[in-house]
Design a protein around this ligand. Structure first.
Ligand SMILES: [Zn+2]
Ligand SMILES: [Zn+2]
Length: 397
């Protein structure tokens, strides 16, 4: 039997156990940086497979190596995130979240389950491939500064250093049975912007005796919208959105200050820095020209996610062999953030999407919604494909 069929067979054998694991994780979700039980569960499962997991990296992170023949030949890293979101689950299912207000609404239960399944397949086949697979179970994808950035600081990309990193994420907009790829820039850097406009409050009937921060804030918002349209290269994706403005005056009260919160998202690190500088300067000088002040604060999020084109082409080819060419689709740019981006800034990386949608079963809700769910058949595909992608990449020169 060839390797691809062996992997498919092992994934099918493992499927029922994997669904049970996924339901266990789904029912017991934990928030970012608090994945203690999940992490202990992962360690237990890896130990049962005969692996020697190292835990406690970035708090709850777990790393384990599966060594094939000639283990130093090449190293491929496989990443799964383990955290859930602060959402009240609205699904009526037997494995509904038991941890009220916390929900696996981004499919990280599926990612953790799939990588455990992949580990099981690869340990069974370790005499059939050369090189080493590094399993990375990380905390806190959903919360800045991101579990990936801390794991990297704590050395996850060293000893041994992966030649490439692969990550797989559920996709509720792609039908189960299909996989999506995109070469090059894929997801955005995410920075949070907080502006505080300070004026001088007073009676709404006496604006001449005030410095109206509502008016100043309005000018700032309109002016800042021209930064992306006039200063950024048109072929370079960039979004500036202000989703919150708070000025607590009244119909007849001019307030002292107005707060404006927004997000700045990009796919180019140079423009990201330049854009942040322009936003700061324009907000400050616009306020100053109107007699007010504007404080600029930025909380830096994840960098943009770059899918190494050469690695992505190779993994896509492997996926086509596993899934059939007709089941591999192109992904659009997506201006959301993803902390897998940190790995992509250090080593060649490929982040692809696992279809989980099933309209016939009513599984259509988006990630981060209270009714999000997946077609669990995706787990069998996810774990087998990840195993196949890893051994294919190890075999590539
Ligand atoms: Zn998410
Ligand atoms: Zn996610």
């Amino acid at each position: 039997m060839n390797l691809i069929d062996k992997i498919k067979g092992l994934a099918a054998d493992q499927f029922e156990d994997s669904v049970a694991i996924r339901r266990h994780l789904h029912a017991n979700p934990e928030l970012s940086f608090h994945e203690h039980e999940t992490s202990a569960f992962v360690v237990e499962k890896l130990t049962e497979m005969g692996l020697k997991p190292e835990h406690g990296i970035a708090g709850t992170g777990v790393v384990a190596l599966i060594e094939g023949r000639n283990p130093s030949k090449k190293v491929v890293g496989l990443r799964a995130d383990m955290d859930a979101l602060p959402i009240f689950e609205a699904n009526d299912i037997s494995y509904k979240s038991k941890n009220e207000g916390v929900m696996h609404a981004c499919g990280h239960d599926v990612h953790t389950t799939s990588l455990l399944g992949t580990a099981k397949i690869l340990t069974a086949l370790k005499d059939e491939f050369e090189g080493t697979v590094k399993l990375v179970f990380q905390p806190a994808e959903e919360k800045a500064p991101g579990g990936a950035s801390i794991m990297i600081k704590e050395g996850v990309l060293e000893n041994p250093r992966p030649n490439g990193m692969l990550g797989q994420h559920v996709a509720p907009n792609i039908p189960v049975g299909k996989i999506g790829f995109r070469e090059g820039m894929y997801m955005a850097s995410t920075d949070e912007i907080y502006l505080t406009v300070k004026g001088q409050g007073g009676h709404g009937a006496a604006p001449d005796q005030c410095i109206d921060p509502i008016l100043v804030a309005s000018h700032i918002i309109v002016a800042l919208q021209q930064i992306v349209s006039r200063n950024r290269k048109p072929t370079n994706p960039s979004v500036l959105t202000f989703g919150k403005i708070v000025g607590l005056g009244a119909t007849n009260v001019i307030p002292n200050e107005v707060k404006i919160d927004g997000t700045f998202r990009n796919m180019n690190e140079e423009w990201r820095e330049k854009g942040l500088g322009l936003i700061k300067k324009m907000a400050e000088t616009m306020a100053e020209s109107m007699g007010a002040t504007c404080q600029f604060e930025v909380i830096r999020g994840y960098p943009y996610l770059e899918n190494n084109p050469e690695l992505t082409r190779k993994i896509r080819k492997a996926a086509e062999a596993y899934m059939g060419k007709e089941n591999v689709v192109d992904l659009d740019l997506w201006m959301a953030g993803e902390d897998f981006a940190f790995y992509s800034q250090v080593v060649d990386s490929c982040f692809y999407r696992l279809g989980t949608r099933n309209e016939a079963k009513g599984i259509v809700s988006g990630v981060h919604t209270p009714t999000f769910n997946v077609d669990e058949n995706a787990i069998e595909i996810g774990m087998g494909l990840m195993a196949w992608n890893a051994v294919s990449e190890l075999a590539n020169n």
